[in-house]
Design a protein around this ligand. Structure first.
Ligand SMILES: Cc1cc2nc3c(=O)[nH]c(=O)nc-3n(C[C@H](O)[C@H](O)[C@H](O)COP(=O)(O)OP(=O)(O)OC[C@H]3O[C@@H](n4cnc5c(N)ncnc54)[C@H](O)[C@@H]3O)c2cc1C
Length: 449
């Protein structure tokens, strides 16, 4: 098999590690690697930190294992290989009236990656995460055995693999429930809000009326503008609600137009002034309005800018995503934001979402509020994140492993207290020799270094 030795990173381009990478076309090849090396499956590398890196073995990309296997037009149940992406599903099934029931903010994510991170979307507070619509999957274990897992079959492995960051085995196939839609558009309501109090009130007020909700916060603004944000609320639009023009467009294949960040932006251009200007411009341009928005713009605005992570220069970025319990969520987020504003290392717009209850072991979501922020990697940023970690732990919260690049073992184990131990027992049952490992797993003490 062909291996390539390259400096690999996740989407944040931080950290980088020298990895041996290959693209196995099937099970036979993965088993061959397992005879001599540790393995980590990788999808499209849209996780931000080092969860898709393995510099002590092989990184096996699932990109060639990307076939649809079966689809039931009546029920919307799709079976496919783990390398199939959201883009593949959207391109094939939207025109047939089916949509992923849970989608992250980029469509360049494989089904294997979606399971391993148990991804969530703007509707988590209503329907839960990806695993809520995952009926079963097939996984290749370290022993070479192939297992089918669901809530009723090998259920311990099912729950350890969902959110298990690729550490239980190589996911080969997934069976998922798609959602029926009657148009590719959403009805979006934008609310321009002055502060966090308004935001938390509106999130409560509109909870039942909108399937999707997300707020973009300006977290550079201080003084009177502190906490200003734009709340976006959405529902799938019925075909009968659309204008004739949109109805006509809806029946055709959608062509995306993209712009690109052609090179890594020098660090000097990305400073407090430029970020402040960008965030202010976004807030100023926002209007209270209701409009129809195509799903591509609604769910995947960042996909329109190819290589947008280049904007963070060669040093890359840390995406910090926390989730804190509902009862003191506002207080915790306020404390975090004040630290970030004081640090002045600000992020482009931060994203705040309400989260619902969630089954799972290492799955990130639970009932509360999640905030994600991008920080360009520069002096003092890691130290600032460590201060944020303390707040998150104090409030009984946790960070999202698929975004993480810096948590230490002790803090991780505090955040996932009682869960990581449960997970570890299942890992030892199915992979006692730690054949599936990653740089992140070794950093967090989920695998030996
Ligand atoms: C712009 C952007 C927006 C995003 N928005 C969201 C969001 O709204 N919600 C959200 O939850 N996430 C979001 N993410 C994160 C992203 O959804 C997850 O990181 C996802 O896991 C990436 O999938 P991938 O296929 O690229 O996997 P990779 O990044 O390559 O891998 C991620 C993990 O999955 C494991 N894995 C991948 N394939 C397999 C397999 N076949 N078998 C076993 N393990 C496997 C890897 O080992 C690794 O641990 C976003 C990312 C970006 C870049």
């Amino acid at each position: 098999m062909k291996f390539e030795e390259i400096n690999l990173s996740g989407f944040g381009k931080y950290p980088k590690a020298r990895c041996r990478v290959t693209r196995p076309p099937g099970i036979f090849e993965i088993n061959e690697i397992l005879k001599t090396d540790s393995v980590l499956a990788r999808g499209l590398g849209r996780s931000y930190g080092d969860s898709s890196l393995n510099d002590k073995g092989v990184v096996a990309e699932s990109i060639l294992m990307n076939r649809f296997i079966a689809f039931d037009e009546e029920t919307g149940i799709l079976r496919c290989e783990a390398g199939v992406t959201y883009k593949d599903i959207l391109d094939t099934f939207v025109l047939r009236g089916w949509f992923p029931a849970v989608t992250p903010g980029t469509k360049y994510v494989t089904m294997g990656g979606a399971i391993a991170s148990d991804v969530h979307g703007k509707n988590h507070h209503n329907v839960g995460s990806f695993s809520s619509f995952l009926l079963s999957f097939k996984i290749l274990l370290a022993s070479g055995e192939i297992m089918e897992c669901s809530r009723t079959q090998n259920s311990d492995l099912f729950w350890a693999t969902v959110g298990g960051m690729g550490l239980t085995g190589f996911i080969l196939e997934a069976e998922i429930q798609l959602k029926k839609i009657s148009s590719p558009y959403l009805t979006n309501r934008s609310l321009k809000l002055k502060n966090m109090d308004e935001l938390f009130d509106k999130l409560e007020e509109f909870d039942a009326d909108y399937h999707y909700s997300v707020a973009w916060m300006d977290i550079v603004a201080s003084g009177k503008s502190y906490g200003r944000n734009v709340l976006l609320l959405g529902n799938h639009a019925g075909s009968d609600e659309l204008t004739n023009k949109l109805k006509a467009i809806s029946s055709k294949k959608y062509i995306e137009k993209k712009i690109s960040v052609p090179f890594e932006v020098p660090f000097a251009t990305l400073n407090k002034v430029s970020i402040t200007l960008f965030n202010s411009a976004f807030y100023m341009a926002a209007k209270n309005k209701i409009e129809f928005v195509h799903y591509d713009k609604y769910f995947y605005p960042l996909d329109f800018i190819l290589n947008w992570n280049h904007i963070y220069s060669k040093s890359g970025l840390i995406q910090y995503q926390l989730n804190v319990p509902e009862d003191k969520g506002k207080e915790a987020i306020d404390k975090v934001l004040k630290k970030v504003v004081a640090f002045g290392g600000g992020s482009f717009l931060a994203v705040l979402k309400k989260m619902g209850a969630q089954d799972g072991i290492l799955s990130f979501p639970f009932k509360g509020y999640t905030l994600s922020m991008d920080f360009p990697v520069k002096k003092g940023v890691v130290e600032m994140c460590k201060v944020l970690d303390e707040i998150v732990v104090d409030y009984g919260g946790r960070n999202y492993l698929t975004k993480d690049s810096i948590l230490d073992e002790k803090t991780f184990k505090q955040m996932y207290n009682g869960l990581w131990e449960k997970w570890m027992k299942i890992k030892m049952k199915y992979d006692p020799e730690n054949k599936f490992t990653s740089n992140q797993a070794r950093r967090l003490g989920l695998c030996p270094s």
